[in-house]
Design a protein around this ligand. Structure first.
Ligand SMILES: Cc1cc2nc3c(=O)[nH]c(=O)nc-3n(C[C@H](O)[C@H](O)[C@H](O)COP(=O)(O)O)c2cc1C
Ligand code: SF4
Length: 650
């Protein structure tokens, strides 16, 4: 396999063609030094077989260069030793590690940067804030900071560096005529716009030597609908040639800036694997230095095809390395069925942006490698346990319990495993990626010899027949139906998605979260002429959704008769429509409708809990059974931790 062949970036030999692209984790310390959590996270990926890890972003100064609170920083001499410990831990497993060096430019926030943000020119950022154009003196200072950071990384035994010139950050702004309006030697012509990056590359080479690889990540197309003069692929090709001529050892081809639709450099569900092949190939064909190509890669077969097609020399793989740090090792061992695939849900980004660190839906251990470094104890000794519910929480718990040596029986009322994940899969053909998780968990359960009873509504009496010492209750939540006039006339979103309730005519959906919008998507797919209104009490529809996922769903409904009605609460349902109350001024409005669909989420399933708690001494609640709302990530984590921590026989 080409994927497993060694290759070179500059003079640095890489053991295979897989590159874990830079991904900010939020695991670094506030001082910019690596923590044990971060080191362990990278170490696990090195152990899992990746050829090269490109770290998350290093800032180059604390004055106007801070992009993220827990961001790496090498220019503090105190950080060099911990960085060296991190690189040593990666090296001992045979992987290489490069540092990504970054300045956010106008995308930085003034609050973290002494009230001032800088850019090549005074062009408003995506929030409308005007940055200060950098003076020539400041540019010179910045250049030295990039070079100094690379030198500090070399001192910490990094194998090379990647200069971040993509995604709308400072050096991308220098490359792009839309953001670079300078009239000096750093603006105007292609050579001038590439000059700063080229000078940084040459400066690093001068200090660190020719054998210290220096590459550039850049957006070959900004996909920016707001700036006509933003970078398009033909510009990207010319930039690639100019960066090669400037001395870069490799190029890492990416896409987008802060104005492009969110999904252009964080591809969600609807993007196909390999979707960037044409762009990376165009760059590769234009240069002779190695090209790393990122392309929404989740499986070795797609990675292999990109390499065989000559679309890149190394595959750039981000999220798949979060989802399964061992995917390369498993590929090499012919165990591709064991790979846990990234499902494209973007919970990693969402958690980074909301709680400040990366969490993964399919890998509960991501970022917790140090806590869960040992496999679960093998102390089940054939003791019987029951798992009620074959959604992801139940499946994960059953798999872990089975692998611990318990004798596990799982009951699922449906004819197939997966629970609510099957519902998600049913909303759109491109949601098949979510279903990969069910396959992964079913394989893991098989390894744990879990007995599966499908089409079986588990009552306490039925489960008792098998005399388990504990019941893990993972039956999920119950749909919320508010006690309001006329709600008995409404249909549940799940029934519409499953196709058990056929809907035609003018329709109102109550609930503007992911399920509500996906229900609209399903209805439009069945009948593009439908007229649908989505109502939510929050001030914005999709407010609880990660923006790229929201964009992804909404773009499926472009041009359809979809009305969004945020800031309104359901008051009553009648035979002819819905009365809603404006949450700001308290006024009522009537929306005529033939059908009303409830997509208001779920709440704890108290009936199931009390029935099982009355019948068994040990009932362990997992997933959405007792908590709302449920997410795949929280359900998986709950299933994993609960099953791992379960103490037998007490
Ligand atoms: C949580 C997260 C953080 C990221 N942080 C960075 C970063 O610091 N620097 C960077 O160049 N790209 C960053 N990216 C983009 C990835 O490197 C990669 O280009 C993107 O995820 C698409 O590749 P994939 O489909 O293989 O995940 C990040 C992506 C994710 C998911
Ligand atoms: S959170 Fe979702 S998108 Fe991110 S790595 Fe995990 S599965 Fe992939």
């Amino acid at each position: 396999m080409k994927l497993l062949e060694k290759g070179y970036l500059g003079t640095c030999q890489i053991r295979n063609r897989s590159v874990m692209t830079a991904m900010t984790t939020g695991y670094a310390g506030l001082d910019g030094a690596p923590t044990e959590q971060l080191t362990r996270y990278y170490e696990e990926r090195a152990k899992g077989g990746v050829g090269l890890i490109v770290t998350e972003i290093f800032r180059v100064n604390n004055v106007h260069g801070v992009a993220f609170p827990r961001q790496m920083y090498a220019l503090n001499p105190m950080n060099v030793q911990p960085l060296a410990q991190m690189t040593a831990r990666v090296h001992q497993h045979g992987a290489r590690i490069f540092a990504q060096i970054h300045h956010g430019g106008s995308t930085n926030v003034p609050e973290m940067n002494n009230g001032r943000i800088v850019a090549p020119s005074a062009v408003p950022n995506v929030s409308g804030i005007m940055p200060d154009p950098l003076t020539l003196e400041e540019i010179e200072e910045l250049k030295q900071q990039f070079i100094g950071t690379a030198a500090a990384c070399k001192a910490a035994d990094f194998d090379g560096v990647e200069i971040h010139g993509a995604h709308g950050y400072l050096l991308c702004e220098f490359l792009s005529p839309a953001f670079n309006k300078r009239e000096d030697q750093y603006g105007g012509s292609l050579e001038n716009r590439c000059r700063l990056i080229n000078e940084i590359v040459q400066g690093i080479k001068a200090v660190c030597g020719k054998d210290f690889p220096v590459g550039v990540r850049f957006s070959c197309d900004e996909h920016d609908p707001f700036h006509e003069d933003s970078l398009k692929l033909p510009d990207g090709i010319e930039i690639a040639k100019c960066l090669e001529a400037g001395g870069a050892d490799f190029l890492d081809v990416s896409n987008g800036n802060y104005f492009c639709p969110h999904s252009e450099n964080e591809e969600p569900y609807s993007y196909a694997q390999g979707c960037r092949e044409a762009e990376t190939k165009a760059i590769k064909d234009a240069v002779s230095i190695p090209v790393i190509g990122v392309s929404n890669i989740k499986s070795p077969a797609v990675a292999e095809k990109l390499l065989e097609d000559g679309a890149c020399d190394f595959v750039g793989v981000g999220r798949q390395h979060i989802a399964d740090p061992e995917w390369i090792k498993k590929t090499a061992a012919g165990r591709t069925d064991d790979i846990a695939h990234c499902i494209g849900c973007l919970y990693c980004f969402e958690s980074l942006m909301t709680v400040g660190y990366v969490r993964c839906s399919v890998n509960p251990k991501a970022g917790r490698e140090g806590i869960f470094h040992e496999p679960p104890a093998k102390d089940g000794n054939g003791r019987k346990v029951a798992v009620v519910g074959g959604g992801v929480a139940g499946m994960e718990a059953a798999a872990v319990l089975g692998q611990r040596g318990f004798d596990v029986t799982l009951y699922e009322k449906d004819s197939k495993l997966g629970g609510e994940v099957n519902l998600a899969c049913a909303t759109a053909p491109y949601k098949d990626k979510v279903g990969w998780l069910v396959t992964t968990l079913a394989n893991a359960m098989e390894k744990g010899n879990v007995k599966v009873c499908l089409n079986t509504e588990a009552t306490p009496d039925l489960v008792k027949e098998n005399a388990p010492e504990a019941v893990f209750l993972a039956v999920g939540g119950k749909p919320i139906i508010p006690p309001l006039p006329g709600t008995e006339k409404a249909v549940l979103a799940a029934d519409v998605i499953r196709g058990t309730k056929k809907i035609t005519g003018k329709t109102v959906i109550i609930g503007g979260g992911l399920t509500g919008l996906e229900t609209a998507e399903v209805l439009f797919r069945n009948d593009p002429s439908m007229d649908i209104t989505v109502v939510d009490m929050l001030p914005k529809i999709g407010m609880t959704m990660y923006p790229a996922i929201y964009d992804d769903v909404m773009k499926q409904m472009d041009g359809k008769a979809l009305t969004l009605c945020p800031g309104h609460m359901l008051k009553a349902i009648t035979d002819t429509g819905v009365t809603v109350t404006n949450t700001t001024d308290g006024t009522d409005a009537f929306i005529p409708a033939d059908n009303v669909i409830l997509a208001m989420g779920t709440r704890a399933n108290k009936d199931a809990i009390s029935a099982f708690e009355a019948a068994f001494d040990r009932v362990v609640l997992i997933g959405q059974t007792a908590k709302n709302p449920g997410r795949i990530a929280t359900s998986m984590f709950d299933g994993y931790v609960t099953a791992r921590g379960y103490e037998p026989g007490i």
